[in-house]
Write a protein that binds this ligand. Sequence first.
Ligand SMILES: Nc1ncnc2c1ncn2[C@@H]1O[C@H](COP(=O)(O)OP(=O)(O)OP(=O)(O)O)[C@@H](O)[C@H]1O
Ligand SMILES: [Mg+2]
Length: 256
Amino acid sequence: MLNVQALTKKFGGFTAVSSISFDLAEGEILGLIGPNGSGKSTTFNLIAGLYAPTAGSIRFQGREIGGLSATQVCHAGIGRTFQIPRPFRKLSVIENVTLAAYYGQAGRVSEAEARRQAADALDLIGLPHARGEGIDGLGAAALKKLEMARALATQPRLLLADESLGGLDEAEMEQAADMLRMIRRERNITIIWVEHIMGVLMRVVDRVIVLDHGEIISAGLPAEVAADPKVIEVYLGSDAAEVQEHARGRDDGARR
Ligand SMILES: Nc1ncnc2c1ncn2[C@@H]1O[C@H](COP(=O)(O)OP(=O)(O)OP(=O)(O)O)[C@@H](O)[C@H]1O
Ligand SMILES: [Mg+2]
């Protein structure tokens, strides 16, 4: 589904993403992890068309998309959520998601169809919208759901989920993890998931890629990556034993 080759992004003299290569198969949930500033969001921004690559290639369903605009990439079938949700504050929940459905698809959809797709996405995610609910009352967990619904409303085949579940409690984090599994199951959407909370991520993903200083330092099954000395050194540290336990205890629901 996705083939990334020698992808590089420089900001001036600083290399944020340094010649990374990986493949993604349809139906996979891939975890993209690594320390703060290791290049995860930049990788998403490259795939999603916010930045043009300095070098390298990004092929999606056989077509080169590196350097396309964010709109073109979205229309090609790649949805993304942002690490920091920024909904339109003056619009209601359903209006925010309807906008995404209306402008996020390659083919023209009517306003009524966009609204129906928005309602579908919100129902799937479990965010109330029928009474014209506004944005102001939404807490951190609900804002993340809204972000997800906006991405889903564009009808993606590949979803880039840049999460930071840090602000959520344990139950909300579990819910967010279940949501990704449910999205794959119900909509057959392939997912790349960026997240720092390893206990949640390791139980959901099929495969993990670890970035450090813009380079891939490890890749493989969750249990393999969690036991990799390089990953323990730069990222997991004293949490390694606990993360390994999570990686070994993956739910069957996570497997295809
Ligand atoms: N637009 C930009 N201009 C200059 N430097 C940038 C830009 N965007 C990101 N960077 C730098 O590139 C590096 C990678 O940043 P990125 O946001 O991709 O990290 P990340 O892995 O998503 O981190 P986090 O886990 O904190 O979200 C950082 O050093 C960051 O400061
Ligand atoms: Mg980031």
